[in-house]
Design a protein around this ligand. Sequence first.
Ligand code: FAS
Ligand code: PHB
Length: 390
Amino acid sequence: MRTQVGIIGSGPSGLLLSQLLHLQGIDTVVLERRTQEYVLGRIRAGVLEQGAVDMLREAKVADRLDREGLVHDGFDIAFGGRRHRIDLRKHTGKAVTVYGQTEITKDLMDARAAAGGNLVYEAENVQIEDLDCGTPKLTYTKGGENHEVVCDFIAGCDGFRGISRRTIPDNILKTHERVYPFGWLGILADTRPVSDELIYVNHWRGFALCSMRSPTRSRYYIQCAFDENLEEWTDDRIWDELRVRLPDAAAESIEMGPSIEKSIAPLRSFVAEPMRFGRLFLAGDAAHIVPPTGAKGLNLAASDIHYLSQALIAHYAEGGRMDLIERYSENCLRRIWKAERFSWWMTNLLHKFPDQNSFDQGVQRAELDYLTESEAAQAALAENYVGLPY
Ligand code: FAS
Ligand code: PHB
């Protein structure tokens, strides 16, 4: 088989890239190791920056998002039993949109299928070969048969545990990482959200987050030990812990019900550079990970795909133009590191660290007090939360 751009991974990065290139007449093949059902079964991000919404509109997959997405002009930060609203619209003139990553993935899959896109699910043992020549190739097996896809370019959209990052030689790839000493236990339930907007909670027992997917579907998180055993967290235990950590009024009004999904996610900050090696590009979680505190993971994937799609479209439309391809990594990393900083800062602001001493606790409390008393501090938080410019 021959294609212009071979894409590994059918998460948001791979699907969005495939769709944007298709709209410009550029041929792609997407190789995904899991089944469609498995990919759709993963519950992940929930908050979209305006930039990501614009990308989905540009990809012509935003009709349902525009109908069902919940536009939020602000969110609350709660500590010491009190809630403090961060007014995004006042400080930035912008908002965020709550719309689950699962829905985005479904909308993109439907669009690719409708256009007859070449998406191969259950593609096993994907390998990248001949990267150092003008026509790299992807090989894989499916149903016991070996296949080969000769490409002009390869996009590694295969997430943190994919193969593409590992294809870049160790003497070229540099990685930067911070692993946090806790995780997030998430629960999804068909219950009315406890608040119209999100509530981020700093509590002496640990962080909590009240989010949602729709007016009838809630998403909650509580900070837990990084090696926590999910089996030991019954629904009742999760609801009880949430109610202890929430401000009183929210704790009394929360609607509880059976979980439809429960999972524990580890928290890490991670950046790999460069994000291009010859004709291989890394995009999304393949290149970087942020703790979900700042709701940046999916949104960074969208901005990577903005830069990558622009570079590839210019290459094919303008006689092999290479400048945007050569600047891809630099363009992405400038925005990625700012989101990494913000996500690290927000994680330190809101979580209980096991090794915190009384000084650390004093500084954390002072940071929270300063935030609630300073318009400038709130404006700085707001402009990072709605998303810095591409
Ligand atoms: P993805 O990981 O989504 O997709 C990569 C795809 O590549 C997967 O489908 C995988 O099966 C496939 N793949 C991997 N290796 C392959 C191989 N060798 N061959 C073929 N296919 C291969 N972000 C937020 O903003 N808020 C959140 O609350 C949040 N929660 C998260 C919870 C968890 C458990 C995780 C892991 C991430 C979370 N994220 C969150 C971040 C998440 O939303 C990512 O940023 C987003 O999925 C990135 O999309 P992709 O880059 O497409 O990577
Ligand atoms: C979510 O709804 O899953 C969500 C929202 C905001 C975050 C992280 C996760 O910061």
